[in-house]
Design a protein around this ligand. Structure first.
Ligand SMILES: Nc1nc2c(ncn2[C@@H]2O[C@H](COP(=O)(O)OP(=O)(O)OP(=O)(O)O)[C@@H](O)[C@H]2O)c(=O)[nH]1
Ligand SMILES: [Zn+2]
Length: 189
């Protein structure tokens, strides 16, 4: 279990400040566990795009739209440090190169495991896919539910947030964007 001792110490202080007894049985290892969990949930800060992609970029004549849909996503909002979770859909129009299929969810995870707002996450994923594939266009849509809006605050259980980022042909050509959004709707369960 990898964790940062400073973070462990701060969690101990938080438990005390909340009026808990950090020495009681159930809590004794909690600062350590929480620090390790937080380290994992923010591990995207220490990852590099080139390591994630690992040269899995292949030359290809294929120039039709590629979509990877329903990538499950778990992140933390930077305002409350509470989870937001949902699905991410990524599409691109290859320009001589395609990317290894698994690398797209890996890119999503790398950015999701940082603190941010959903809009920034959507943008970061789109820019990264554009950068590594040199695609003619990239489209990213994220649908997710924010615990900070459900468990606390305004306490709305049924609303979800949708964000999109369209680059290149997805931004300039309404037919390309329409094809992407139509294909997403077709596949809705
Ligand atoms: N745009 C955007 N807002 C977010 C995201 N995650 C959380 N928020 C919002 O960030 C805002 C922070 O507002 P504040 O008024 O500073 O904080 P707050 O008093 O805790 O707000 P409430 O959640 O309304 O109780 C809230 O409206 C949250 O719903 C996100 O990914 N994108
Ligand atoms: Zn929040």
């Amino acid at each position: 279990m990898r964790y940062n001792a400073d973070v462990e110490h701060q969690y101990l202080e938080i438990l005390k400040a909340l009026g808990e007894d950090p020495e009681r049985d159930g809590l004794r290892d909690t600062p350590k566990r929480a620090a390790a969990a937080m380290q994992f949930l923010t591990s995207g800060y220490t990852q590099k795009l080139e390591d994630i992609v690992n040269d899995a970029i292949f030359e290809s004549e294929m120039d039709e739209m590629v979509i990877v849909r329903d990538i499950e996503m778990y992140s933390l909002c930077e305002h409350h440090l509470l989870p937001f979770t949902g699905r991410c859909h990524v599409a691109y129009l290859p320009a001589g190169k395609v990317i290894g299929l698994s690398k797209i969810p890996r890119i999503v995870d790398m950015f999701a495991r940082r603190l941010q707002i959903q809009e920034g996450l959507t943008r970061d994923i789109a820019l990264a896919v554009e950068q590594v594939t040199g695609a003619r266009g990239v489209g990213v849509v994220i649908e997710s539910r924010h615990m900070c809006m459900m468990m606390r605050g305004v306490e709305k259980q049924n609303s979800s947030m949708m964000t999109s980022m369209m680059l290149g042909a997805f931004r300039e050509d309404p037919r390309t964007r329409g094809e992407f959004l139509n294909l997403l709707n077709c596949g809705q369960r």
